[in-house]
Design a protein around this ligand. Structure first.
Ligand code: COA
Length: 264
């Protein structure tokens, strides 16, 4: 995967680190960056002969930005049809991250503006550096969020707060992002990656088939009525009773030892 121009992928056992690498433009999402992210996530989901990660950490290169938005230079001359294709590509990337059978933790190390906040929202949850800043400033450019910001932000922080942020384009700091539930934790800048690696390793040690099932339930159930969502959960719960990991997890508990999960 080292052949990607704008994305670097590193592995540490069951944890993969995906770094958006376009530091001279604060990791702004051009069409090529979105394409490289798609390819990176696609290869992590379908690793061929290699082993699939259980947790993926997504971050930005450099000290200043996670992603400072979609590439404004590129968008400035887009036709409506090109803008639709660009938004569709962003949505395909978000759908791939959300449907991936591993957890995606976004480590927001600086500016996460526009497409940056939207990309971070496609992960399962966010840890932020105390230097991070979030926002959906698209209306300042005469457009609206195009990678899911009007939808996922409201689902994460509630409709009222999302409306205020999207209509005003105002940026918020990490402390406010924590207060409104956009991020799970704020960490001193220098400690961000070690803290994220810690939680990634914790999750990677759990039953991966179970974690993937929980991810599916929470994503697909969230927009359904409670009766159907709970039915979905019951079906996913039952399926796990045919897995080696369920047998191992419960046997290990009864034998008072740590489980050794196989991921099947
Ligand atoms: N698209 C394209 N290029 C971008 C960009 C974006 N979203 N965000 C930053 N850049 C580029 C700048 O144009 C600059 O390039 P240059 O050196 O070739 O001129 C480089 O990244 C560094 O950015 P700069 O603005 O000089 O850094 P700063 O520290 O002064 O400001 C920000 C940082 C994030 C406040 C500022 O870059 C900004 O407002 N970016 C746009 C944010 C935005 O509106 N995003 C939503 C897009 S929908």
């Amino acid at each position: 995967m080292s052949d990607l121009e704008f994305v670097k992928v590193e592995r540490d056992g069951y944890v993969a680190l995906v770094t958006i690498h376009r530091p001279d433009k604060l990791n702004a999402l051009s069409a090529a960056v979105v394409r490289d992210l798609m390819m990176a996530f696609h290869q992590l989901v379908f690793p061929g002969d290699g082993e699939r990660p259980r947790v993926v950490i997504l971050t930005g290169s450099g000290e200043k930005a996670f992603v400072a938005g979609a590439d404004i230079g590129e968008m400035a001359t887009m036709t409506a049809a090109q803008a639709k294709a660009f938004a569709d590509a962003g949505h395909r990337l978000g759908a791939l991250m959300e449907s991936a059978p591993f957890v995606v933790i976004c480590a927001v190390n600086g500016f996460a503006l526009g497409g940056g906040t939207e990309l971070a929202l496609c992960g399962d949850f966010i840890y932020a550096s105390d230097k991070a800043r979030f926002g959906q400033p698209e209306v300042k450019l005469g457009v609206i969020p195009g990678f899911g910001g009007t939808q996922r932000l409201a689902r994460r922080v509630g409709l009222g707060m999302a409306r205020e942020l999207v209509y005003s384009g105002r940026l918020i700091d990490a402390a406010e992002a924590l207060r409104i539930g956009l991020v799970n934790r704020v960490v001193p800048h220098a400690d961000l990656m070690s803290k994220v690696r810690e939680v990634a390793q914790e999750i990677a040690a759990r039953g991966p088939v179970a974690v993937a099932a929980a991810k599916r339930c929470m994503l697909r159930g969230y927009d359904q009525d409670l009766v159907n969502a709970n039915e979905l959960e019951a079906a996913e719960f039952a399926v796990l009773f045919g897995t080696a990991d369920q047998a191992e997890g419960m046997k290990a508990f009864l034998e008072k030892r740590e489980p050794s999960f196989l991921g099947r």
